[in-house]
Design a binder for this molecule. Structure first.
Ligand SMILES: [Zn+2]
Ligand SMILES: [Zn+2]
Length: 108
């Protein structure tokens, strides 16, 4: 006799990482921004949290930081200074933050 098999939660793809404390098993592919239940939804993992979206637009809406100066969503490589984000060096300078370099290549 076998114990109750868990439902097929882990068929989300080869790259799906099962962490030690995986508290959020993703069962429904429902966009957390708009609530759309979409079979081609995808997941974005930031730190310890995995988010599910049906479109990049929704992902950007939920996750992309906004520029401290002009307020646009930073979709590309932004600039960061102690948790504050800027879309470009110009915006950073406008609020008095200098010495920022583009983070391209900063991460491994
Ligand atoms: Zn959505
Ligand atoms: Zn800006």
């Amino acid at each position: 006799m076998s114990s109750i098999n868990p439902p097929e939660l882990r068929s989300a793809g080869a790259g799906y990482r099962v962490g030690a404390n995986d508290r959020r098993e993703v069962v429904m592919a429902r966009c957390e921004t708009c609530g759309n239940d979409y079979d081609k939804a995808f997941q974005v993992t930031m730190g310890e949290t995995t988010h599910t979206f049906d479109s990049f637009e929704c992902a950007i809406h939920a996750l992309a930081p906004t520029c401290k100066h002009c307020g646009i969503r930073i979709v590309g490589h932004g600039l960061e200074k102690e948790g504050t984000f800027f879309c470009c060096e110009h915006c950073a300078e406008m609020v008095g933050v200098t010495g920022l370099r583009d983070r391209i290549g900063a991460a491994a």
